[in-house]
Write a protein that binds this ligand. Structure first.
Ligand code: XIL
Length: 298
């Protein structure tokens, strides 16, 4: 293949990008997006603050626009994210206990129902584990509703959209470490008890090097019987950027249950990482050396 989407498709994978729908009217942006990618995810527009700005009032304008763009251009859609401790609407931030618990489940049910049949994989829960060496859960208003909140969310999502793959998604899981092992133990427990989980997303916001056990970590999750996906890939600029991108791509290709890679934006100037210049295209839409490295590794 001569594009990321064609080369990935030849290997039975997708290659995706995070999109801000406001940029779909920019010709440079949309030319690159449509030529190179066959999967999209909303950078912000399917998050809780965007989709339920006041309790019980749902706004799907941005998400629907992205889904239409995807359908018109042969792209699948990742849904991101039903529940997260960040980017919650203020009304939810101010809630706790059983009221928050019901509001949270209602949010999952309503949003997953709205997009039913249109989403390849949902990040049902994003970033619920703590950084550092505890291997435990992150404190959050959601965690304080009960340790079973994650499985309750996955069950609600399955009921609302039985056809979507349901993922747990997190960062700093780029090798075998205490945080990734905490998540691994949760997934193993869910699989053993029949809690519906189909995939694990590895955000992969990376610096100047790649852990030597990046692939081994993907493989141990795959061996639990879940799909693995690289969900938010971006890499610090510098002499090693192309190598790190290629290393991640090779790791995914070497794990048969690694079904796709998503980069977190199209051009460097679209990236939340600003001056890290962390993506595959420069601001004019030109391919960077990291692009060629990824294409060759697919
Ligand atoms: C980021 C977006 O890129 C920014 O536009 C927004 O201001 C903050 O969120 N992990 C995630 C993503 O799961 O949702 C985050 O996206 C980046 C870190």
């Amino acid at each position: 293949g001569t594009t990321l989407r064609a080369a990935a498709a030849e290997k039975g994978r997708y290659f995706g990008a995070a999109v801000a729908t406001g940029k779909l009217s920019n010709g440079t942006y949309t030319t690159v997006l449509n030529r190179e990618f066959n999967s999209v995810v909303a950078e912000n527009e399917m998050k809780w603050d965007a989709t339920e700005p006041s309790q019980g009032r749902f706004v799907y304008t941005g998400g629907d626009r992205l889904v239409s763009h995807a359908q018109a251009n042969g792209m699948s859609v990742r849904g991101h994210a039903l529940l997260w401790y960040q980017q919650q609407p203020v009304w939810a931030q101010n809630m706790s206990g059983s009221a928050l618990r019901s509001a949270m489940i209602n949010h999952v049910t309503q949003v997953a129902t709205h997009f039913r049949g249109k989403i390849y994989a949902w990040d049902v829960v994003n970033e619920a584990f703590a950084d550092g060496n505890s291997g435990g859960r992150r404190d959050s208003n959601l965690q304080r509703t009960g340790n079973d909140w994650i499985e309750a969310a996955f069950r609600a999502a399955r009921t609302a959209d039985p056809g979507a793959k349901l993922c747990y998604n997190d960062y700093n899981t780029d090798g075998i470490n205490a945080k990734s092992t905490g998540i691994y133990n949760m997934v193993r427990d869910f699989k053993s008890r029949g809690v519906p989980i189909d995939c694990v997303g590895f955000q992969s916001h990376l610096g100047t090097s790649l852990s030597s056990d990046y692939q081994a970590n993907l493989q141990r999750f795959a061996d639990l019987g879940v799909e693995v996906q690289i969900t938010e890939l971006d890499v610090m600029t510098g002499g090693n950027q192309a190598n790190v991108f290629a290393g991640v791509t090779r790791a995914c290709m070497n794990v048969s249950r690694c079904t796709g890679i998503t980069v977190w934006g199209v051009r460097d100037c679209d990236s939340w990482r600003g001056s890290d210049n962390a993506l595959l295209f420069d601001c004019n839409g030109n391919k960077k050396p990291a692009y060629d490295a990824v294409l060759n590794a697919l």
